[in-house]
Design a binder for this molecule. Structure first.
Ligand code: 5GP
Ligand code: MG
Length: 187
């Protein structure tokens, strides 16, 4: 991928790192209140949720939580989703009877999370809830309602804070709107 100047690619900064951290602290407080005294498993959906997972769980004051990871793939490079969800790395640990919170970067059509919930339900956790750091409400096609949402956003292609374009840009600290003109290389 050509190394553009960041300013060529970023249309707008949607959420700064400060805004993100403030919202995460609020979400952590809500979760702590909801799950007081319970054993919670945070399940990060890689790769996009890596940043939210590490920031969120460090805001949780009890150490009696578990961190787990699965890797799913819906986007196969570029911008278009195939709609097919591939489980790249599955969850091997036993979650029977445990309270599960799925940590996802962005809820777009919801197809990824619907498939994941189906797979996880077979493992008999006590409960499954979803934290979606971002949601594009106008795009959601399935009956998935996250208990925790960081921000609702418009239907624009976002990158940064875990979100990628062709595997790059995940380490930007802000969430930014990507300039689609810069993507002509993928057409
Ligand atoms: P869904 O199955 O909900 O349609 O797709 C969810 C996945 O699509 C997310 O986990 C994310 O990987 C990808 N995705 C959806 N919208 C965006 C976006 O605006 N930017 C990026 N980088 N990825 C997105
Ligand atoms: Mg994702």
């Amino acid at each position: 991928m050509r190394h553009y100047q960041i300013s060529e690619l970023v249309k707008e900064v949607l959420f700064t790192k400060e805004e993100i951290q403030l919202r995460i602290a609020e979400l952590a407080k809500e979760i702590e209140a909801d799950y007081k005294g319970k054993d919670v498993v945070f399940l990060s959906v890689l790769k996009g949720s890596i940043m939210i997972m590490t920031d969120l769980t460090r805001c949780i004051s009890t150490p009696y939580i578990e961190l787990e990871f699965v890797q799913l793939e819906t986007y196969h490079g570029g911008l278009a989703s195939t709609g097919e969800v591939e489980v790249v790395t599955e969850l091997k640990s036993d979650i029977t009877g445990k309270e599960l919170i799925i940590v996802e970067d962005i809820l777009d059509s919801g197809i990824t999370l619907e498939k994941l919930c189906e797979i996880l339900a077979k493992k008999n956790p006590k409960s499954i809830e979803i934290l979606a750091f971002l949601r594009k409400p106008m795009n959601v096609k399935v009956d998935i309602v996250p208990k925790y949402i960081g921000f609702d956003v418009d239907d624009k292609f976002l990158v940064g804070y875990g979100l990628d374009v062709d595997q790059k840009f995940r380490n930007l600290e802000d969430v930014v709107v990507f300039n689609p003109d810069a993507l002509k290389q993928y057409e």
